[in-house]
Design a binder for this molecule. Structure first.
Ligand SMILES: *[C@@H]1O[C@H](CO)[C@@H](O)[C@H](O)[C@H]1NC(C)=O
Ligand SMILES: *[C@@H]1O[C@H](CO)[C@@H](O)[C@H](O)[C@H]1NC(C)=O
Ligand SMILES: *[C@@H]1O[C@H](CO)[C@@H](O)[C@H](O)[C@H]1NC(C)=O
Length: 387
């Protein structure tokens, strides 16, 4: 009797071991091979403790950036098994020490330039990163190692990912070289920013607020296959102000296979609050703008017709330029000089520079943003602002 009980106990123990082993051996069988590798890059910067944008927890990250990082941390946990995400924080050298305490869940790479180091004519300039610098820093290690198969994900510092972001991305990646995703604008009141000071609280509030969030048309999240990156260089456009997102969108339409823009949705990205009005706060006076134009001596118009072609320019800005500029180089392809915001002006100018120096190939006009040797990828008229 005891022998029988013992043998049945042993039998069930053996069965138990057998069922336990089955899944682990099937998981271990093939060498781990990830079909989709993502390098997710964002600029991460610090704000002084006590700054208006600071989070409650004494972190160096401003609230919007902290919430974006928390959301990426979670989305990575929910990424599909055949996707590996290499989260890269591109940080200014000057911010590195301050960010050490922030427990960043990413590989950090360095940015050596910013609008502060490059544009001395802007007094006490903001420290904004150049988009191409972020791309180059985030992909440098893979360039060196000759890893050619990956997608680069580029999001602004204040753009959050919903829980299933990476999962929802998969079907697109199987058939495209590039994707952009518009964000949902989640109401700041629904999040109650002042009391959302741990990641879990924040993200559960975001999840509940997504259904009622508003669509937003801006471009602030791109996914680009590594083979597309050598085809383009976005020049000196920097983050935080238009028109870099729009230019990137139009460039990808020209040079990336099956590129598509995915409209705002609950499995995409989010932004807390609607910051569309925030740019207005940086207005310069006309005098300041005029002295900037003289300083740069880059904005030049030869005729009134050139001015008339600037469909987006207000008469006020037009007369300002006519009064202060000396020769004509600007093509009417980039948005130009809207408002008195110096960052917008400089970024519009950076956009124009890539179009000013366009070249001809097979009787087509090719913007400088498309790299030599890749003209063949350029579809149609090849003018990003006419497609
Ligand atoms: C683009 O879409 C077509 C048709 O669906 C498909 O055959 C092709 O492989 C796609 N290109 C890429 C790069 O996935
Ligand atoms: C979002 O993703 C989840 C999980 O994959 C899925 O169940 C749901 O249907 C998706 N919703 C939309 C609107 O795509
Ligand atoms: C470019 O245009 C010229 C004149 O219109 C034409 O003779 C020439 O064949 C064109 N070249 C190409 C590569 O299409």
């Amino acid at each position: 009797m005891i022998a029988m009980m013992l043998s049945s106990a042993i039998a069930s123990l053996v069965a138990c071991i057998a069922t336990y082993r089955a899944p682990s051996s099937s998981v271990a069988a093939p060498a781990s091979h990830y079909k989709f590798r993502l390098i997710h890059a964002m600029n991460v910067y610090s704000v002084p403790p006590g700054a208006a944008a600071a989070t409650a927890g004494g972190r160096a990250s401003p609230f919007h950036q902290w919430s974006a990082i928390e959301s990426i941390r979670r989305a990575m946990r929910y990424a599909p098994p055949d996707m590996r995400v290499d989260f890269v924080c591109a940080v200014f050298e000057s911010d590195r020490a301050a960010l050490l305490g922030d427990d960043l869940p990413c590989r950090t790479v360095s940015l050596t330039r910013s609008t502060r180091t490059e544009y001395h004519f802007i007094e006490d300039a903001k420290e904004l990163p150049f988009i191409q610098d972020i791309i180059d820093a985030a992909t440098a290690q893979d360039e060196e190692r000759g890893n050619v198969e990956y997608f680069l994900v580029l999001t602004n510092s204040d753009i959050g990912l919903t829980k299933y972001f990476y999962r929802a991305l998969m079907p697109h990646l199987r058939m495209r070289e590039a994707v952009s995703i518009n964000r949902l604008a989640v109401s700041a009141e629904a999040i109650d920013v002042a009391t959302a000071d741990d990641g879990e609280t924040l993200l559960s509030r975001v999840d509940s607020a997504l259904e009622d969030a508003d669509d937003h048309g801006g471009y602030d999240c791109f996914i680009i296959h590594s083979s597309v990156l050598p085809r383009i260089r976005i020049g000196d456009m920097f983050a935080g102000y238009p028109p870099w997102g729009n230019v990137m969108h139009r460039l990808l339409k020209l040079v990336a296979d099956n590129y598509t823009n995915v409209k705002s949705n609950v499995n995409g990205t989010f932004h807390i609050g609607d910051d569309r009005t925030a740019w207005k706060n940086d207005d310069w006076s006309e005098d300041e703008l005029a002295s900037y134009l003289e300083f740069e001596e880059l904005v030049h118009f030869s005729t009134i017709d050139d001015m008339a072609n600037q469909r987006t320019m207000s008469p006020k800005s037009a007369s300002l330029i006519l009064e202060h500029a000396t020769a004509a180089v600007v093509k009417p392809k980039c948005p130009w000089g809207r408002g008195n915001n110096v960052y917008r002006w400089v970024n519009d100018l950076n956009c124009a520079i890539g179009l000013q120096y366009n070249r001809y190939h097979d009787n087509r006009t090719i913007p400088r943003f498309i790299q030599p040797g890749f003209e063949g990828y350029c579809k149609g008229a090849c003018n990003p602002w006419l497609i």
